[in-house]
Design a protein. Structure first.
Ligand SMILES: *Cc1c(COP(=O)(O)O)cnc(C)c1O
Length: 382
């Protein structure tokens, strides 16, 4: 495609189209489609200081392309939204919390959120910030919102896969003068667009399905408004939790297959969930029509994610099941092209039963994956 006069660019309306083209610079003759990683601690800077590229902790052209790409996926449309990438999901989460909150503020976190939250809570409390928690299910965070400065949502929640109503909670928070951040890790921007549902920040670990190969850590923050975005950018400069150019470039390269991976992986998750129906307890996947999360998820999500959770009767049974799987690696994390599963209770911290399994569907052939899961389930029952 060339940007010559009179030739209209085809609109990138479909997710697959948007994913393969996201963040690409204007074509330049004899240059690559996606320029390679720029390794630079400093840039030539004679005379007075002017941007865009001065010092490698502040800006990097490889981040710029990736940040445009993620912004286009999180908030498609003519106006680019501010996006900042970070060294990890936790760096992105911390950047929002610690740039927006001051001593004396109150923040509402999910009680069933990502497992590092108890540590985050300790740190916030040590800085004089009041931390309130309530479960994701049933929009229970509504009940503790009064006087809060920031509402933090994680939907679907990890690992319990409960879902809350982003629009309803965002309206309630804004009516009380609070900002709203949504952890969009599990859904990915193809599954859910929090800014369109009223959130001020969409924050995620790009380590998971967004990049999908289990080979890098990365995080991002997308902001609805320039003011909060400037504070997040300032925090990144202070803390220096910046992505390496190689990781940023690998992430951008991985975005080209996002729609393909999500389509296969999420279909596999639903197939595994359907195959497990009646064979396990506590089966959860927001895409199952009878899941407690399904009604709200179907209203605000466009895809339901690649994670399935369920319980086996005992820890020993769960360990035998994981051991018997051939196509599923026993590993933490989720969202990769190779299926993984783990007994979540082995970490401590999450309020889950001993036999609770978090299963992340990869991009294997559906029949192969379902057959492996059912075989391992049968073999482990003895
Ligand atoms: C993994 C994860 C994080 C943390 O991301 P890192 O890239 O590991 O720092 C935050 N939130 C959720 C929901 C996650 O799954």
């Amino acid at each position: 495609m060339t940007a010559t006069g009179g030739t209209e660019r085809p609109p990138a309306n479909g997710d697959g189209t948007r994913a393969v083209r996201a963040g690409l610079p204007e074509p330049v003759k004899n240059e690559p489609t996606l320029p390679g990683p720029v390794f630079a601690a400093h840039f030539h800077l004679p005379g007075d200081v002017s941007g865009p590229y001065t010092y490698g902790r502040d800006e990097n052209p490889t981040w710029t392309h990736l940040e445009r790409a993620i912004g286009e996926l999180e908030a498609p449309g003519p106006a680019a939204v501010p996006c900042l990438t970070f060294a990890s999901g936790m760096a992105a989460i911390s950047a929002v919390l610690f740039s927006q909150l001051r001593a004396g503020d109150a923040v509402v976190l999910p009680s069933d959120g990502y497992q590092v939250f108890p540590l985050v809570r300790e740190q916030l409390t040590a800085y004089g910030i009041e931390v309130r928690t309530a479960p994701t299910a049933g929009d229970a965070q509504l009940d503790v919102l009064d006087g809060a400065r920031l509402l933090w949502l994680e939907t679907p929640s990890n690992p319990g896969l409960d879902v809350c109503d982003i629009r309803r909670l965002a309206d309630a928070a804004h009516a009380r003068g609070a900002l709203v951040a949504v952890d969009n890790t599990l859904a990915t921007p193809l599954g859910q667009r929090p800014l369109e549902l009223g959130a001020d920040f969409s924050v995620a670990s790009a380590t998971k399905q967004l990049t999908g190969h289990g080979d890098l850590l990365l995080g991002y923050v997308v902001c609805a408004d320039a003011g909060p975005a400037a504070a997040v950018r300032r925090w990144r400069k202070i803390v220096g939790a910046i992505p390496g150019p190689m990781e940023a470039w690998l992430a951008h390269r991985s975005l080209a297959t996002l729609e393909l991976r999500v389509a296969r992986q999420n279909a596999n998750a639903l197939a595994v969930a359907q195959a497990l129906r009646g064979r396990v307890t506590g089966l959860r996947h927001p895409g199952l029509p009878d899941d407690p999360s399904h009604a709200v998820a179907a209203r605000q999500m466009r895809r339901f994610g690649c994670v399935v959770s369920f319980e086996l009767p005992t820890r020993a049974r769960a360990e035998r099941f994981l051991d018997a799987l051939d196509l599923v690696d026993e590993a933490t994390s989720f969202g990769g092209v190779r299926s993984t599963a783990e007994r979540r209770g082995r970490w401590g911290g999450d309020a889950v039963a001993d036999g609770f399994i978090r299963f992340s569907a990869g991009a294997e052939d559906t029949e192969d994956l379902v057959a492996d899961v059912l075989r391992a389930l049968a073999e482990s029952s003895g």
